[in-house]
Design a protein around this ligand. Structure first.
Ligand code: FES
Length: 176
């Protein structure tokens, strides 16, 4: 897909992507317009194994790992978080406020509170991406993750219909 100057997909590219993934119904349900979610990422997935390579950082509970996931558009910046023994989160890594990259040390994962803090201006996001505090105009995407703690293997999927519906719902709540 074609990207705008901020690294987001331009509106035409987004419309084409929506048509391709069949997500238009999700937007219709929320009442959002396509243009309000034009910077949604493309679709892609990443298999990982916490026993191998950089992913071994995720062997520690509370650890984070920035990763760029290949999509049918540009790579999507994602922050993986080992937030529990049996769970890995995949969160949108670029803060929606003024676009700080929430890799360490800009993004601080508060393990007891299960929150991601963007220290640029102190926006706080819950483990499901919901905005808890701060100046960000919206929450961040929390992508679908399958993780098997017995093997340490997992799969992240981004750009699914659920991602688009969640983002559109968040924007609708804000009346945008
Ligand atoms: S860029 Fe994250 S709070 Fe401002």
């Amino acid at each position: 897909m074609k990207r705008d100057g901020r690294g987001g997909i331009d509106r035409r590219g987004f419309l084409c992507g929506m048509a391709a993934c069949g997500c238009a119904a999700a937007l219709a349900q929320t009442g959002c317009t396509f243009s309000e979610v034009y910077n949604q990422t493309g679709a892609g997935e990443l298999a990982f194994d916490i026993n191998q390579g950089d992913f071994s950082a995720l062997a520690e509970i509370g650890a984070t790992l920035p990763i760029d996931i290949e999509t049918d558009g540009d790579p999507a910046p994602v922050l993986l978080v080992r937030n529990a023994q049996d769970s890995v989160l995949a969160l949108e890594r670029i803060c929606p406020h003024t676009f700080c990259d929430m890799r360490t040390p800009v993004g601080v994962w508060d393990q007891p509170a299960q929150q991601l803090i963007c220290v640029c201006h102190n926006s706080v996001f819950a483990s499901d991406g919901a905005l808890q505090a701060g100046p960000s105009p919206r929450g961040i995407a929390a992508y679908d993750v399958e993780f098997d703690p017995a093997t340490g293997q997992g799969l992240v999927r981004i750009g699914t219909a659920a991602d688009v519906a969640a983002l559109a719902a968040a924007l609708t709540e804000q009346g945008r």
